[in-house]
Design a protein around this ligand. Structure first.
Ligand code: KIV
Length: 262
């Protein structure tokens, strides 16, 4: 999968499958799956580091997780998030952040919002680095939104989202993530753009879906937003397996003679 294949998918009417990935062992598993794109999302700050939101993620954290994923998933197209504020300062500082993520093994970067980011998006694209835009519920703006809330509900917000999506395409972004927006608006945006629109909480009328690995597998505790479909309850399976190990150890059933050296 490369940038050209991704564009062709939309033309062919074939959906893109995107999943977050943050570490080497998960990357090795996902490298042998039918997932198209691995996203080293800044959600890693919440999911793996236990933070309340994505704001504590920094370039060092994102580069470290990108490196792990790139080592484990040599065959996948990898997109890494530019973390909070890393693309909002001087052009050179923003480009240093991009350079770190690409050198860590990413093939593209994702950033949130269009307004205020036009110059940097253009510069990254012109530097030969594919850019994925992210609109709707952009978690780096959680404090401005007053929480993790569905976006694009009123007429003005819908109009602005459509305008930003069209601008993302015009600036040269190769794809757009739309997070937590009404399904009819997401469908409308998808049919107005040539670039693929990948949704999360944006309904089925878009060009692909993205989910967080730990959410899909049931490894994220009670977190169960409306849009999430859990494909496994791995949390329960792991608890059972670990308790079986604890029981076997306490009963003297583990290790057996076959599991010991002569
Ligand atoms: O950080 C992330 O995981 C994301 C996806 C939820 C789209 O941005």
């Amino acid at each position: 999968m490369n940038i050209l294949d991704i564009t062709k998918r939309k033309q062919a009417g074939e959906k893109l499958v995107v999943l977050t990935c943050y570490d080497y062992s998960s990357a090795m598993i996902l490298n042998n799956t039918d997932v198209d794109i691995l996203l080293v999302g800044d959600s890693v700050a919440m999911v793996l580091h236990g933070e309340e939101n994505t704001l504590p993620a920094d370039v060092e954290m994102m580069a470290m997780h990108t490196r792990m994923v790139a080592r484990g998933a040599a065959d996948k197209f990898i997109v890494s998030d530019l973390p909070f504020m890393s693309y909002r300062g001087e052009l050179q500082t923003s480009m240093d952040a991009v350079t770190e993520l690409i050198r860590a093994g990413s093939h593209a970067v994702k950033l949130e919002g269009i307004s205020g980011n036009k110059k940097i998006i253009k510069h990254i694209v012109q530097s030969g680095v594919p850019v994925m835009a992210h609109l709707g519920l952009t978690p780096q703006s959680v404090n401005a939104f007053g929480g993790f809330k569905v976006q694009g509900r009123d007429a003005a917000a819908r109009k602005q989202l459509m305008k930003d999506a069209l601008k993302a395409e015009k600036l040269g972004c190769f794809a757009l993530v739309l997070e937590c927006v009404p399904a009819d608006l997401a469908t409308e945006i998808s049919s107005s753009l040539k670039i693929p629109v990948v949704g999360i909480g944006a309904g089925a009328g878009v060009d692909g879906q993205v989910l967080v690995f730990h959410d899909l597998l049931g490894l994220a505790g009670d977190f169960k937003p409306k849009f999430l479909r859990r494909y496994l309850n791995a949390g329960e399976l792991i608890t059972t397996a670990v308790n079986n190990y604890a029981n076997d150890t306490r009963n003297g059933d583990f290790p057996s003679a076959q599991e010991a050296y002569d």
